[in-house]
Design a protein around this ligand. Structure first.
Ligand SMILES: Cc1cc2nc3c(=O)[nH]c(=O)nc-3n(C[C@H](O)[C@H](O)[C@H](O)COP(=O)(O)O)c2cc1C
Length: 281
């Protein structure tokens, strides 16, 4: 990369409408790669060595972990039959079935219970925070895996849809009690470059020295501005829930997210997690 600082500025200006003042003088190639992140759902016909995935998993598992608990695991599914079976359970999306590898990032508190039993010590943490720790640990590893994979030239797309049928996926993967899927990840060599997806303005999402609430009116104006800025670059190709909610004259990010979550999603996930052996109080 010829000039990482300039490239980083260019990428951040594509991502954020208010990136103009950011200092990029310290930029390295690693920062440029991270800022260039795009989710990939289109795969090149190129073999993906299993050994590479295992090494990337090891790199990802080198990330920080709450209290050194290491309460997260990665399932790497590359066997064509197993992969097809898993993809069929997740969603009908062809890019999932076509991915050379499907990974499942799981929270795992099974080991902690085993350790407590083996040491003859009572386990006194059956509550929501305990579940949350494993979910956070798994999410950190997911993010690290994506960064590591992209640094190797691979493309990825996380898959929360894996939780749509969490029970069936767990049975298929033979997940034991207290092990639960946080997200899937499709991995392969990208067929194209993908497009940078614009994010909310930094003025809304980065807070100096405490939460800065601009108030409802100002926040709405900022989000309206983001909707317009984003629409000018990357208009949505289709509107959600047209039959129920009609066709919007202007369809931006906030309309899309409002419509997306006007339908209940995975309302049974709490019951599934409780059935896995967690208490969420
Ligand atoms: C935890 C998580 C779950 C996701 N689940 C899905 C999914 O089920 N299907 C999908 O197409 N994209 C999924 N994504 C990808 C997001 O849609 C994507 O990150 C977002 O649109 C921003 O695009 P970008 O990653 O290219 O910047 C997921 C992302 C995350 C972090």
């Amino acid at each position: 990369m010829s000039d990482p600082a300039r490239e980083l500025s260019r990428l951040l200006a594509e991502r954020f409408q208010d990136a103009g003042e950011l200092d990029t003088t310290f930029a390295s190639d690693a920062h440029v790669r991270m800022a260039a992140h795009v989710s990939i759902r289109d795969w090149a016909d190129r073999p993906l060595p299993r050994g590479m995935l295992d090494t990337l998993a090891a790199i990802a598992l080198s990330s920080p972990t709450k209290s050194d608990m290491q309460s997260r695991d990665i399932l790497v599914v590359t066997d064509p039959q197993r992969k097809a079976g898993l993809a069929a359970l997740i969603a009908p999306d062809p890019w999932i079935a076509a991915a050379p590898a499907l990974l499942v990032f799981c929270g795992n508190h099974r080991r902690q219970h085993q350790v407590a039993d083996w040491r003859g010590v009572a386990f006194a943490n059956e509550h929501l925070d305990w579940f949350f720790n494993a979910a956070v640990d798994a999410s950190i590893v997911l993010g690290s895996f994506i960064v590591a994979a992209e640094a190797a030239g691979l493309g990825c797309c996380p898959i929360s849809q894996i939780r749509n049928r969490a029970e069936a996926v767990s049975a298929f993967l033979e997940l034991p009690e207290r092990v639960f899927p946080v997200a899937g990840l499709a991995v392969g060599w990208p067929a194209g470059e993908g497009r940078i997806s614009p994010r909310l303005p930094l003025s809304l999402t980065v807070h100096a020295d405490g939460y800065q609430d601009a108030g409802d009116g100002a926040t709405r104006a900022t989000i309206d501005g983001y909707d317009q800025w984003r629409h000018a670059r990357q208009p949505y190709r289709r509107q959600r829930r047209v039959r129920d909610l009609g066709t919007a004259g202007f369809y931006g990010w906030s309309e899309d997210k409002a419509r997306q979550y006007s339908v209940s999603e995975r309302a049974d996930f709490g019951a599934y997690i409780r059935a896995r052996g967690f208490k969420l109080d």
